[in-house]
Write a protein that binds this ligand. Sequence first.
Ligand code: DGT
Ligand code: CA
Ligand code: CA
Ligand code: ZN
Length: 589
Amino acid sequence: MLRRGDARRYNSARMPRTNERLEALLSEWADLLEISGADSFRVRAYQKAARAAGGHSRDVGDLGEKELRQIPSIGAHMAARIREFVETGTMHDLEELRELVPAGLRELTRIPGLGPKKAVLVNRELGVASIPDLLDAIEHQRLRAVKGLGAKTEENLLRGIRNLREHGGRMTLDVALRVAEDVIEELRGRAAVEEVAYAGSLRRMQDTIGDIDLLVASTTAPEVTEAFVGLPGVQSVVARGDTKSSVLTAKGLQVDLRVVAPEVWGAALQYFTGSKAHNVKTRAIAVKKGLKLSEYGLFEVESGRRIASRTEEEVYAALGLPWILPTMREDAGEVEAALRGDLPDLVSLGDLRGDLHGHTDSTDGVATLEEMLGAAAARGYAYYAVTDHAEKLHMSGMKRETVLEQRDRIRSLQGRFPTMAILHGCELNIDRDGGLDYPDEFLAGFDFLVASIHSRFNLPRDEMTRRLLRAIENPFVNVIGHPTTRMIGRRPEVDVDLEAVLSAAARTGTALEVNCHPDRLDLRDEHVRWAVERGAAIAISTDAHAPTHLENMRFGVATAQRGWLTKARTLNARSLRDVREFVARKRGK
Ligand code: DGT
Ligand code: CA
Ligand code: CA
Ligand code: ZN
């Protein structure tokens, strides 16, 4: 959970709504084009336009066609489509395309590991037109009869389908948070509402959210409920009572609302934040003390007297516990640690002094070097690493002369942001054998290096492990970026001996990343915990491709907290000097 001040700090500047909707629509368009066999150039044009619209610093809805065409990757055709969307709320050609592509086929592309290309292939060769069809084909081993597919594909797709089912119907953190913040903003102004907050898995900042739980303190519950079910974003009302109601938004997201009396606010917040397992533990502690804990407060069993309910702190204190960060409330040992007075001091947003992974328009970012640096400096960072893609990234890596030009530009920009140092870095591609894009002499010219897997996600476990270990052993590699490469709901984690990777990282002085993008959150919470136990350092990095992405830091911090990461173990909570020393030590200097 964010400290109270942090949330406010980052609420003000978020991605404009139109940009976000356009990004989603244009990338859907790209997928549909690919399924219908359009040439790859066209598909890429839509993908690029999607990213450009999503990452643009101004609200694209406010721009005319001429201004739109000045955005890189947006041509006349795309500009006209965007205007059409802004004016009519839809894009006619996209709607037509949706009609053309069968729903079953569209569903297939939602399976992690099955992109549009493979979906077309299994459809054409095997007549597979839905997920049940695909499961049937896998079961009868029909996939391996198709050229280019094999037993390994079957295994991967099964994992993908499982992954889809696990996360299916759940939303990513950013989506949930935006809906919750919108509803809260609507309710906050009403006279009947004394307090309003989100609880549940969103407050615990789990990587995916089943439904959003909102809590309101009020003395006039019916009035609040009335306002809630009548909000503009509400599509349908699932349940409606005096103190308890549920609605669905247009996208089918469920929002639950509970209205409680102001004097039991703390107890209700504690109860509805959960997790259920954490609550079981806290209730057991109450029972041992002759008390009873519910959403209405902490009571003495014998007298029925309420002894705490106003704030969460009071409730925990009356149980003999310190207040516990919501991100820790998973019954993962936090209650025991709290009882021992041994809760670790976890990293928080305010501890971070820099961001060590970010892109510019020299590769696939959508903003210039100066724009990215300006946004980073505005966050008060003491350092920022520019890590554009190295040359072997398909179609968008930097040639060596571009790297050197960028280095010169960065040199001339040092001092432009008086309190922020600029590190010249690069995001290297780990090839299938663990090799990197450039020879060591060239790597030595960088201040800081991230190395990531961007291809060959399906290697067998031992090969994948060897691959990552070799990259970790390179003296110039400082961070392994998004180590498991998962995309939530879309691509499963690579099969790797993570314990071996973490141990090697700890031994060699290499950090592992918590990639803050809400579609990644990689390492995830549990893996962070393993890393902490094995003594590896963690870099919490946004991998920003646009200035707005810098705000994703809050998701990475929450994920790190869920993995019990301390400030001491967080690379980018250290001073610039210590980060430089981290680099120098690995290089043997
Ligand atoms: P989700 O929605 O699947 O992402 O996960 P949560 O944790 O938000 O779960 P949800 O929405 O079912 O309930 C919200 C919180 O309310 C949950 O974390 C703890 C509390 N809660 C709900 N039902 C129960 C229950 O039967 N027993 C207890 N102790 N707590 C409950
Ligand atoms: Ca929930
Ligand atoms: Ca719920
Ligand atoms: Zn990156």
